[in-house]
Design a protein around this ligand. Structure first.
Ligand code: XMP
Length: 535
């Protein structure tokens, strides 16, 4: 289903009383999130070192933390001063679990304070690139790293006296204790941020913590992730039947491919084709899943039904509502008629959604994804094999599972499809016009090798007409709006600075090749104040 955060039409499916499934049995290196900008980045960097990592809230009860059997703990940075009232703290027990701990920035200060060291406002804040002197080259963290290096700092307070048992391992001109460690208790702290790219040796330092400090091996590879997911899926579903709602998007596609690899024909995929897809997308889903991967695929061709329901509807929210409801009714019909013995439903939930929704509250995760909607009497148990993975990891899994590049690297696409890119009436003719223009946009973006770099790029059909002249003839045609944005998460976005010659090529081709279109305009609005979609 669409990769975007808010779905009006969700991937087919619902679940009540769902048992969620997790694909990773490995003991994680836990990142305790103290409100850092960089908590996710820390976890991702650790994973890039082939060690499994999870993010948990800093106030997780210690018993729950212990139950996760962490192989290591990282305390993230955070926006507060350890001295400010109500600033998050760390229970001293955390440092006595016998689990190696690395404190980063605020995390280092917390560690110092909890264990009897001193943290003070030194009067000299450090922000940005800073020269670091390694005081103890044989220390765990700095082993085989250069004695002088650049690190990235962002702090006001600093540790001035390390706790008993700790030795100073690095300093800067403003931070006498820029790093410290107690190798006996396997406790480590750094004032700087090893997780950001501005600390060039940061990853090496993290590896030292993971491989030497925690005695871990780099075994969390895509092959091992997939292997362990396959085993877990088999154990979880036994020989029961499973359903997966396919949209052609990355997440549902990879989830389906993974489950199919695990249990083969026990899986049936349902692809509800609402006729609002981009050019060639339905064929691609057929091609990939039925012909190439040999999956049992039910292709519900329902364009007419959706068009009929949408006839005369111009309100964007109403369009979404109608599409969502029609989608669910169709899925329900298929499930009743053909899948009534299926017990499990595959969902392509990703790790950022899990973090965002609060790691403990499964109900919230569902509403976030808007997967609710099927009637109460259709009970499915959710299988969420991608719950632990970030988007780029899902893409790599998809590649490993043999999915084509067009699917694995697809841009996000909204559930209601082209309906939210046609302003006003949705008719077969207007859909054809938009689809043809959109196909040219995608083709040219691909030719310019910009498809992966640009978050989304597409055509919009507004409900206005404009005068033009073509071959001495006056035309009164339709403009097409070109929209291309850069973004990290769709929460904010900027309009993409596409090269002029690319804009020119798209404009020429759209006007020449799509009958009825006589003008192309480029949307140069960011988000905010605009949204990515036009409706
Ligand atoms: P906006 O337009 O709000 O979009 O900036 C943010 C992201 O969400 C996608 N989007 C949707 N996805 N159902 C979806 O599944 C929807 O109704 C919907 N509306 C917008 C949009 O493509 C962008 O990635």
């Amino acid at each position: 289903m669409p990769e975007a955060p808010h779905h009006a039409t969700a991937a087919a499916g619902a679940s009540s009383g769902a048992v969620t499934f997790s694909s990773t049995a490995e003991a994680p290196v836990v990142v305790l999130d103290y409100g850092a900008q960089y908590a996710q980045l820390i976890a991702r960097r650790i994973r890039e070192c082939h060690v499994y990592s999870e993010i948990l809230p800093h106030d997780i009860p210690i018993e729950e933390l212990k139950a996760r059997r962490p192989a290591g703990i990282v305390l993230s940075g955070g926006p507060k001063s350890v001295h400010s009232p109500g600033a998050p703290s760390a229970e001293p027990e955390l440092f006595a679990l016998g689990v190696p701990v690395l404190g980063i920035c605020y995390g280092q200060q917390l560690m110092a304070r909890s264990l009897g060291g001193e943290v003070a406002a030194t009067g000299i804040a450090e922000f940005g690139k800073t020269d670091l002197n390694v005081e103890a080259p044989s220390s765990t963290l700095f082993s085989e790293l250069p004695p002088q290096q650049t690190v990235w700092m962002s702090h006001n307070d600093a540790v001035v006296t390390p706790p008993d048992g700790f030795r100073v391992t690095a300093s800067t001109s403003a931070s006498p204790v820029a790093a410290f460690e107690d190798p006996e208790r396997r406790l480590f702290g750094v004032q700087f941020h090893p997780e950001v790219a501005h600390t060039p040796k940061g990853t090496e330092l993290l590896k030292n913590f993971l491989y030497d400090g925690c005695d871990l091996l780099p075994t969390w590879t895509m092959t091992s992730i997939i292997e362990s997911a396959l085993e877990s899926i088999r154990a979880f579903v036994g020989d029961e039947r499973i359903v997966c709602g396919l949209s052609g998007g990355v997440d549902s596609s990879v989830a389906a491919a993974l489950v199919h690899r695990a249990v083969g024909d026990q899986l049936t995929c349902v692809f509800v084709d609402h006729g609002l897809l981009r050019q060639g997308e339905a064929e691609q889903v057929e091609d990939t899943f039925r012909r190439h991967l040999k999956m049992d695929l039910i292709h519900v061709k329902a364009a007419d039904r959706f068009l009929e329901k949408l006839s005369g509807v111009t309100d964007p929210e109403l369009k979404r509502k109608i599409i969502g409801e029609t989608f669910i009714r169709l899925f329900e019909e298929v499930a009743r008629d053909e899948l009534n013995d299926a017990r499990f439903l595959v969902q392509g939930t990703l790790y950022p959604d899990v973090i965002e929704s609060g790691t403990k509250d499964a109900a919230k995760i569902k509403s976030h994804h808007n997967v609710g909607g099927l009637p109460e009497d259709m009970r499915f148990t959710l299988v969420e094999p991608l719950r632990n993975l970030f988007k780029d990891e899902v893409r790599r899994a998809g590649e490993e599972l043999g999915l084509p590049e067009e699917i694995v690297w697809r841009q996000p696409f909204p559930g209601p499809g082209l309906a939210v890119r046609i302003i006003g009436d949705i008719t077969a003719e207007r859909l054809d016009m938009l689809r043809a223009a959109d196909a040219i946009v995608l083709e040219e973006m691909k030719r310019a090798d910009l498809l992966r770099e640009i978050w989304q790029s597409f055509a919009v059909l507004p409900a206005v007409r404009s005068v033009g002249v073509m071959g001495d003839e006056r035309t009164y045609g339709h403009p097409i709006v070109l929209r291309a944005v850069t973004s990290d998460d769709a929460m904010t976005a900027d309009w993409a600075r596409l090269p002029y010659d690319l804009l020119e090529r798209i404009s020429n081709r759209v006007v020449n090749e799509v009958p009825g279109v006589n003008r192309v305009v480029y949307d140069i609005t960011g988000k905010p104040p605009g949204t990515i979609e036009w409706e």
